[in-house]
Design a protein around this ligand. Sequence first.
Ligand SMILES: Cc1ncc(COP(=O)(O)O)c(C=O)c1O
Length: 408
Amino acid sequence: MESNWAHVEMAPPDPIIGVTEAWRADPDPRKLNLGVGAYRTEEGKPLVLACVREAEAQLMADPNSNHEYLPIAGNAEFCRLARTLALGGDCPALQGGRVATVQALSGTGALRVGAEFLAAHLPSTAPRVVYLPSPTWGNHKTIFAKAGFQVREYRYFDAATRGLAFDGMCADLASAPRGAVLLLHACAHNPTGVDPSPQQWARILALAQEKALLPFFDSAYQGFASGDLDADAASLRLFVRSGLELVLAQSFAKNMGLYGERAGALSVVCKCKDTAGRVESQLKMVIRPMYSNPPMHGAAIAAKVLGDARLREMWRVELKGMAERIISMRRALYDALYERNVPGDWSFVLKQIGMFSYTGLSRVQCQKLVNKWHIHLTLDGRISMAGLSAQKAPYLADAIADVVANPQ
Ligand SMILES: Cc1ncc(COP(=O)(O)O)c(C=O)c1O
């Protein structure tokens, strides 16, 4: 009998995860993986933070620990600490008890549960339309489309300046239908590394208010962008303080290095405490048939680090160290390009923020970096600064100089 799946077609490889697979298979000793969205040490190795190791050791040593199920909404202490980290201890919405929070399967899971909740519970008069920056993290489109949203884009990256297309962004938001969902990267925009200035954030807030847009903040890099947890939450806090209702997806993958532990949280900021209680009950209704309840370990680690003054201070210092190494890689690459007189204005390498730099290199140039130079990256020209080292920066600059001089 023929297989029920004989007709199933091979799905295309994931554009980001495929880069690491290609890098692994590349036998050349000079190879470099600049596709990876994870922090690497100067030696190119994954990093387990000392505060995380210590929190883990404490958890292991606890004779009362067990493997019982968590509640549907997850670890309540973790949820409380996570949202306070994002919104700030003095946040009026937190003090008013009007934030509903559930633990989530890292940032992706928070986005998916949030999108499903909105699709089911936005007012019937609101359009099921989401506005995403162009470009954005590839998974955003699929997550919202799977939840039943019509996906539209707003202009974000200006290829000419390699900065923000602010006028285009404002024009697109001004023409959005009332009540549409507006996805915003809280900081360290992925893939471009371009963030609005404080003045521009204020204008975006005003537009969201005028058009009654529902902000959905994706915070995957708090503390990882500037090294300062509060500075990286400024955009989100500005919006919350304005009194708007909004949604927040948080990930501890990058800033605590808990990638595979899937530690994240979803918060919905509501107008009043009573609404927050009802919203939380409906978030649980989304989660229960999806995966019942979240995993324990990552959230327990994050709760220990956030809740213990000494571990939290260790984390702050280690997080700053990661952010600073990335910033120093920007300088190393910029200097190496400058020394080689590579044509063009490369100052964007210094100005862009967070893990990635969006180089503006063409697909053909990127393919050449992969095939000739064994430098693996996504073909949209995004490079992970976290994958670079001081030792490898000159090699990357040689390669970029070559593909800029010979673009075909
Ligand atoms: C902008 C953005 N949002 C969300 C995520 C989700 O990451 P995770 O599900 O690993 O927390 C990422 C990861 O790269 C990201 O860059």
